[in-house]
Design a protein around this ligand. Structure first.
Ligand code: ADP
Ligand code: MG
Ligand code: ZN
Length: 486
């Protein structure tokens, strides 16, 4: 039988605000910060404390909701989601249930099969839990009992949950959506997009049904995926596992599963809990959230250009392909840098594109740094490319100069002057170097005349070496051809 996969996504985004959701503790990097150093009685859940809503967190949530074209609820309500777990010190999580911040949005995907419209069901605010580290001592240790460490730095960090309708039908679509969402939260300054740090966690709900059927099958939810690869593999695995069960006449059990990356398969965690298990009720310590029209309009007006609009503009204004444009906009910095170089007067879009996506990242990658600490300003790169364009230096020299600019932050022209890297275009000098080289390499020249044409490039390299790499390549090439034909 042929089955159609049906998938809906729940994504949790940590909002990288200055303070936590309901207290003044800072939001710290949950990987590098020492445990339990950003904790106060409020986020540690001490009795008698009261939450105070963080305005910046609401604003970040509004940015995302508006960018996803949601309808805001004029009136949204916080609720207690009750459950016991050591990482949730209050015994409940403050979330939104019946009246979320925003509902009914949408986002467009361009897939290989064409455009897909994905409906956003809801966007709501909540708080993150603490982090547990489970420790199993080495066998033979004095006390072999295993234990867990609790770090409350993350408890109370603002979270945004974005839930879609079950509108996806392949692992590819799911991945595309996740990539768009990551680019969006980066562009909005809400989240770093560093999935590996757990700041964006994806939970796909997957079911399959006989192709052509309009009923939904039983869904399985994969918890807390924090890489695009795991997302794609996990979804593909579930589609295949569930199809096989149905093919054998079995029934898919509704459950929550985890992804085992080492074994590349899902494993059952628990049978699905229902909303009533959480005993949701309105949070008595927080008034309903009212977002004024003026505030909403102000946030909407301040939205930056969204990644998909920027991608479209790059295609139209710069003639880049969809993939090239996406490569520049998936993160904020490369595209902004690219445009700043063009604004600084660099000519040749393809050239600028090649340097910004090739030479420059290669240097940054080797040094393990990003655009944020780059010493080469866009106008410095534009000036370097100008020196190539006007023939002052050749391409190869420009790469050397770039590496030096990268290390020292010195402008290109100064480096060229100080190190005598000016390109040699003097036809007389180049003619002499070519003649010398041909005289020194008689056997190779004979080979060339005997039909081994590749020798020409080798000879070109020899002359360039004599010229200290600085010869104008066009002049050299023409002169070499002229002398070889003689
Ligand atoms: P729950 O209450 O179990 O969390 P919801 O109805 O709130 O379930 O849906 C959670 C997510 O699962 C949403 O993204 C939704 O689109 C998706 N979803 C719901 N039913 C199905 C289904 N049968 N197959 C695939 N996805 C589904
Ligand atoms: Mg769910
Ligand atoms: Zn606190």
């Amino acid at each position: 039988m042929i089955y159609e996969p049906v998938i809906g996504l729940e994504v949790h985004i940590e909002m990288q605000t200055q303070a936590k959701m309901f207290c003044a503790c800072p939001v710290v990097d949950s990987v590098s910060a020492p445990p339990n150093t950003a904790v106060c009685p409020v986020c540690a859940g001490h009795p008698g404390t009261l939450p105070v809503l963080n305005q910046q967190a609401v604003e970040f949530g509004l940015r995302v909701a508006l960018a996803l074209e949601c309808t805001l609820n004029p009136f949204s309500v916080f609720a207690r989601k009750n459950y016991f777990y050591p990482d949730i010190p209050k015994g409940y999580q403050i979330s939104q249930y019946e009246q979320p911040l925003a509902e009914r949005g949408r986002i467009r995907l361009s897939t290989l099969q064409g455009e897909r419209l994905i409906r956003i069901r809801r966007v709501h605010l909540e708080e993150d839990t603490g982090k547990l580290t489970h420790v199993t001592p080495e066998p033979g240790a004095a006390d072999p009992g295993s234990y867990s460490l609790v770090d409350l730095n993350r408890a109370g960090v603002p979270l945004l949950e974005i839930v879609t309708e079950p509108d996806f039908h392949s692992a590819e679509e799911v991945r595309l959506y996740a990539e768009l969402l990551r680019a969006l939260v980066r562009a909005l300054g809400v989240n770093s997009g560093d999935l590996e740090k757990g700041v964006m966690r994806i939970e796909p709900n997957i079911s399959v049904r006989p192709a052509g059927s309009s009923e939904l099958g039983t869904k399985v939810e994969i918890k807390n995926l924090n890489s695009f690869r795991a997302l794609e593999r996990g979804v593909a695995y579930e589609i295949q596992r569930q199809s096989a069960i149905l093919d054998e006449g079995g029934r898919v059990a509704q459950e929550t599963v985890g992804w085992d990356d080492a074994r590349q398969m899902t494993y059952s965690q628990r049978s699905k809990e229902d909303a009533h298990d959480y005993r949701y009720f309105p949070e008595p310590d927080l008034p309903p959230l009212v977002v004024s029209k003026a505030w909403m309009e102000a946030v909407r007006d301040a939205l930056p250009e969204l990644p998909w609009a920027r991608q479209q503009r790059y295609k139209e204004s710069y003639g880049l392909s969809a993939a090239e444009a996406w490569g520049l906009v998936a993160e904020k910095a490369p595209g902004e840098y690219f445009e700043a170089v063009l604004r600084a007067g660099a000519s040749g879009i393809r050239t600028v594109y090649a340097w910004v996506t090739g030479e420059l990242p290669a240097l940054m990658h080797a040094a393990g740094m990003g655009f944020d600490s780059l010493k080469i300003r866009p106008e410095d790169l534009a000036a370097l490319l100008g020196l190539v364009a006007d023939g002052t230096i050749n391409q190869t020299t420009a790469k050397t100069v770039l590496a030096e600019m990268f290390a020292s932050g010195q402008p290109a022209a100064e480096i060229v002057l100080a190190r005598g890297l000016r390109q040699v275009s003097d036809a007389g000098l180049i003619a002499r170097l070519v003649a010398e080289t041909l005289a020194e390499n008689g056997p190779e020249v004979e080979n060339f005349h005997a039909g081994k044409l590749s020798v020409e490039n080798w000879l070109f390299g020899q002359v360039m070496r004599k010229a200290g790499g600085k010869a104008n390549p066009q002049v050299l090439r023409a002169e070499l051809e002229r002398q070889l034909k003689r």
